[in-house]
Design a protein around this ligand. Structure first.
Ligand code: ZN
Length: 453
């Protein structure tokens, strides 16, 4: 939404890729003397990085438009048809060759520039969230009531990362730099995990470095682990009957779901503290006077280690089967995704951190601060802490450091300090092994209801 934020992110990602490229190919450290960035509109001294910054400045309007187009399209997981097409056309017009339909997914693609090693990948997400439809304005108002919308900024991720890729490709072209730069269009980050299908299709086999980012309320490089997460559906099937005339003839699938949820909730006491289980009932019957013949729940299981997720999943599955036995129903278990924990890489994180400091924090102008103040007005009721009377403006390279390491409270007021969070992920550690659940249960992409280009 805010042009400045993702132009800033483009600049840092571009810098990161340049720095990493230098590191991989020549062992040199990236230039640390840069003190200004394209996003600040001030000159820098490194000629290679200037190519990227100039490109980003010159194309800011097109990148803004790309972000707003994805915002307006607001498409759910696996249905990102317009969004992926917009990104593909942007990347093709900037010299990338695009392979579509990766992993059988209509909205997954790989855009490539250059050839040979190293292979550096910037990945972009562009799926929206259900029910979050919103006009591009600071006051809450849906474009279309109940429709999907971008709430955590995947429109920024897609557009900004594509801009970073295009700007680095420009450097590679002008400086005749060898290596492969790719943009991975990865669908379904919110639910369904499109990257799993891309992994299954071998898209990550030759990748040396994978860089991504996600909007956040602070500007920093993350060097931290994430939880492993698996999601699955439990579909109970019973027998329909009239709930008053002949309930004894029915077998309630909803009872199966309820007993399973109860069993899981009793199980929680025995779990390690890092474990998380959350669920919703996605189908519970149609009318109280009919014994529900079908009912379904949707679970997420998380833990710090994938191994623990698998152990919990086995236990939850036994509870589901127990609930089916108790209710004389059947249960079918479908695993939807199985993602390992992210393991960060320190040298990569430090490289991006240096580049982040070189670029500096985003600067917000008067108009942006005014818009942010309007946004705060509507959000006041939702937060217990008071908003600062003045919108903090953190700017300049040194402020980027302070935001990251010792942020004064005034610089952390939400949502004004929105800048972006960079995730540094070495590919070999991101996917230490193939999912062990997916081959056994995973819903094939072809069986998804949304497979409907
Ligand atoms: Zn998100």
């Amino acid at each position: 939404m805010k042009p400045q934020i993702f132009m800033f992110v483009s600049a840092v990602l571009a810098l990161a890729a340049i720095g990493l490229d230098a590191q991989v190919t020549s062992g040199q450290q990236p230039d640390r003397t840069i003190t200004q960035a394209a996003s600040s509109g001030m000159p820098t001294t490194d000629p290679d990085k200037m190519i990227a910054f100039d490109w980003i400045d010159a194309h800011s309007e097109a990148v803004n438009k790309l972000s707003l187009d994805i915002w307006d399209a607001a498409e759910l997981s696996f249905r990102e048809f317009k969004s992926s097409r917009a990104l593909i056309s942007f990347l093709e017009s900037n010299g990338f060759s695009v392979e579509k339909g990766i992993g059988g997914m209509t909205t997954a693609f790989v855009a490539s520039y250059g050839s040979g090693k190293p292979v550096i990948v910037l990945f972009g997400e562009y799926d929206a969230l259900a029910g979050m439809s919103q006009k591009a304005q600071p006051i809450r108002e849906s474009l279309l009531a109940g429709a999907p919308g971008h709430a955590c900024g995947h429109n920024l991720i897609g557009a900004s990362t594509a801009a970073a890729a295009a700007s680095v490709a420009k450097i590679m072209h002008q400086r005749n730099i060898k290596g492969t730069l790719r943009f991975y269009g990865t669908p379904a980050e919110e639910t369904g995990s499109g990257k799993d299908y891309m992994l299954g299709a071998g898209a990550f086999k030759d990748v040396d470095i994978l860089l991504g980012w996600h909007p956040n309320d602070r500007t920093r490089v993350t060097f931290e682990y994430s939880k492993a997460v698996a999601e699955m559906h439990f579909k109970f099937t019973g027998v329909a009957a009239h709930a008053s005339i002949a309930p004894y003839l029915g077998r309630s699938a909803l009872h199966g779901v309820e007993l399973m949820d109860s069993g899981v909730n009793f199980m929680r006491e025995q779990l390690n503290e890092d474990a998380r289980i959350h669920y919703v009932i996605t189908k519970g019957g149609g009318s109280p006077n009919v014994i529900p013949p079908e009912a379904e729940s949707w679970y997420f299981i998380r833990a710090n280690k994938n191994k623990d997720v698998l152990d919990i999943f086995e236990w939850v599955s036994e509870i589901a089967k127990g609930a089916a036995m108790m209710t004389r129903t059947q249960v079918e278990i479908n695993v939807d995704s199985d993602n390992h924990e992210v393991l960060p890489n320190r040298p990569l994180a430090e490289t991006v951190d240096r580049n982040l400091h070189s670029v500096g924090a985003p600067k917000f102008n008067y108009g942006e601060n005014t818009e942010a103040r309007k946004m705060q007005e509507g959000m006041k009721g939702n937060f217990k802490f008071p908003f600062a009377p003045n919108i903090p403006v953190c700017s300049g390279p040194s402020q980027a450091l302070s935001i990251h390491r010792c942020a004064p409270d005034s610089c952390l007021v939400r949502p004004v300090q929105a800048g972006g969070e960079f995730r540094l992920i070495p590919i070999g550690l991101l996917f230490p092994q193939s999912s062990s659940l997916a081959p056994r249960f995973r819903i094939p992409y072809s069986r998804r209801a949304c497979d409907c280009a």
